[in-house]
Design a protein. Structure first.
Length: 314
C-alpha cells in the first residue's frame, strides 16, 4: 500500500493544500524581467507619452507651457507648408519603394543564375548600402552639380542637354529618389534572392518540358512564389523611405525653397529652427500615425494576397 500511495500523482489521495501553501509567491524570473521593463518604459513608452503631452500644449523654448487641447492638430490642415510636406513625403516614398522593388527583383533574377565571378559581382552590387548616408550625400551632391557634375557630362555624351537635378523644384525629388534607389536596390535584391533560393527546381523543369517562355516562367512561377518576399521588402523600404532624413537634409536641406521638404524635415525645422515644440510634437504624432497606416495597408494587402493564393490552390 505504501508503494501504491507513493506512486499516486500529486493531488490524488492527498490532503488539500493549506492557505499558506496556496499563498502567491513572486516568480523567480522577476529579477531578470524588471531591468528590461524599466529600459522599455524609459526608452520607448515615456518619450511617446511625453510627446503626446507636449502635442496638446503650446510650448516654445524659453516660454511657459499652456494647455491648448487639440489646437495644434487643428492647425495642421490649414498649414500649407505641412500639406506640401505630406505630398512630398508620399511621392518620395512611392517612388523610393517601386523603383528598388523592380530593379532589385531584376538584379536578383540575374544574380540567381550561375555564371563566372557571380559571388564577386554580388559583393560589388551590395556595396552602396554599406556606405554612410552623409558620405553618399556628399558624393552625389558633387555628381549633381550643373557645371562640374559627372552626370551632366554623361548626358552630354549622348546628346542630352544638362539638367539642374537637385537645384530645380521640378527635378529635385526624382533626383533624390535616384540616390535612394542606388543605395537600397541591393537590399531588395538580397531579400528576393532568399526567396528564389527557396523555390524548388521541379516547377521550372516542368515548365521547360511544356515549352514555356522565359516571361511565362517568371509570370506564372517565379513571381507568385516570391510575392511574400516582395511584400517584406516593400514594407522595409516603405518604413525607411517615409522617415528618410539624412540624405535629403545633407543634399538639399529641403530646398530649393521647400520643394523637397518632407514631413521629417518640416518637423525638424519647426522644432529646432522655430522652437515651437508643441506644434512639432503634434506633427510627430501625425507622422507616426501615417507610418502605422501605410504599414497596415501593406499587411492587409499581404493577407489578401495570401488568401487569394490559398483559394487558387484549393
Amino acid at each position: 500500500m505504501s508503494e501504491i500511495a507513493a506512486s499516486e500523482p500529486a493531488g490524488i489521495g492527498r490532503p488539500a493544500a493549506t492557505g499558506a501553501e496556496r499563498a502567491w509567491r513572486p516568480p523567480s524570473y522577476w529579477p531578470f524581467v524588471v531591468p528590461a521593463v524599466i529600459v522599455v518604459l524609459a526608452v520607448i513608452v515615456f518619450p511617446w507619452v511625453f510627446t503626446l503631452w507636449m502635442s496638446v500644449h503650446e510650448w516654445k523654448i524659453g516660454a511657459p507651457t499652456t494647455y491648448v487641447g487639440v489646437a495644434n492638430y487643428l492647425r495642421l490642415p490649414n498649414d500649407p507648408r505641412f500639406v506640401e510636406a505630406v505630398w512630398h513625403t508620399l511621392v518620395y516614398t512611392v517612388l523610393s519603394v517601386l523603383l528598388p522593388l523592380v530593379l532589385g527583383t531584376f538584379a536578383a533574377i540575374v544574380f540567381h543564375a550561375r555564371f563566372p565571378m557571380r559571388g564577386f559581382l554580388r559583393g560589388l552590387f551590395i556595396l552602396p548600402m554599406m556606405a554612410t548616408p552623409v558620405a553618399i550625400a556628399l558624393v552625389w551632391t558633387m555628381m549633381f552639380h550643373p557645371q562640374l557634375g559627372v552626370l551632366n557630362y554623361l548626358l552630354s555624351l549622348v546628346g542630352i542637354p544638362p539638367q539642374l537635378w537637385v537645384f530645380h523644384p521640378a527635378t529635385v525629388i526624382p533626383s533624390l529618389v535616384l540616390v535612394e534607389t542606388w543605395q537600397w536596390t541591393p537590399l531588395v535584391m538580397l531579400i528576393v534572392l532568399g526567396g528564389l533560393a527557396a523555390i524548388p527546381a521541379e516547377p521550372y523543369e516542368s515548365a521547360l518540358i511544356d515549352g514555356a517562355s522565359i516571361w511565362q516562367v517568371f509570370r506564372y512561377i517565379t513571381l507568385p512564389l516570391i510575392t511574400p518576399f516582395l511584400f517584406i521588402a516593400a514594407m522595409i523600404r516603405m518604413i525607411d523611405a517615409v522617415k528618410s532624413f539624412d540624405i535629403i537634409y545633407a543634399i538639399t536641406q529641403g530646398g530649393p525653397g521647400s520643394a523637397s521638404e518632407t514631413i521629417n524635415l518640416y518637423l525638424y525645422s519647426v522644432a529646432f529652427t522655430y522652437y515651437d515644440v508643441g506644434y512639432a510634437s503634434a506633427i510627430a504624432v501625425v507622422f507616426f500615425a501615417l507610418i502605422v497606416v501605410l504599414a497596415a495597408m501593406l499587411l492587409y494587402l499581404r493577407q489578401r494576397t495570401q488568401w487569394s493564393e490559398i483559394q487558387a490552390g484549393a
